[in-house]
Design a protein around this ligand. Sequence first.
Ligand code: CA
Length: 241
Amino acid sequence: MTKKSESERRPQVLVVEDEESFVDALGVGLDREGFDVTVARDGHEAVTLFDKNNFDFVLLDLMLPRMSGLDVCRFIRAKSDVPIIIVSAKGEEVDMVLMLELGADDYVTKPYRLRELVARIRAVMRRRENHEPPVCEEEQIICGRIRMDIDARRCFVGDHEIKLRKKEFALLRLLLENPGRVMTREVLIDRIWGNDYVGDTKTLDVHIKRLRTLIESDPKNPVNITTVRGVGYRFEVSADE
Ligand code: CA
């Protein structure tokens, strides 16, 4: 990592992890990457430390002594919007959809490479920085180069108007209102179709595909509506916007 200025504050990371080998590796590795690391070795310690400090990031192992990672996640989300990455062990039965619905930002599976983990942490933090709440004024949503006029039910990409069907409009609006967040298939289907969602489960994907053809520069390599495999979709403002 390149040093910018000495006065620049290092991000404070709470690492909740009970396996010593991981604790040691993370402590050294994250410090080298420019993070200040505080370690909690069980769930109770995690919530106690969280209450007393101002963390910029939480890396949360799921299987913990004394209080589960799930309960720690719930506890933190009830008080704070701090980014959380969940860590699970290979083969662990984990309901990732539930974790994301509880407000986790991303997840990694052990064993992971430190380089990969750091990239994920940086990506989550960058997404949060890039995604100040969308500008919503006079019934308009502006997100990157996309602008939705809610009352008039019109949508523009740059200066170009795109024609959206009713469900497509509702789906894009929901994604734009939650930039940077993983929206699970369940939530999207429930909110857009509710009980109307009949037939095969590909309906959502078909709508996503069509939205991509309308808003993405390269629909085959989408950067705005990205797929979170096995979970759902996420709207992101791409870096060059
Ligand atoms: Ca563990």
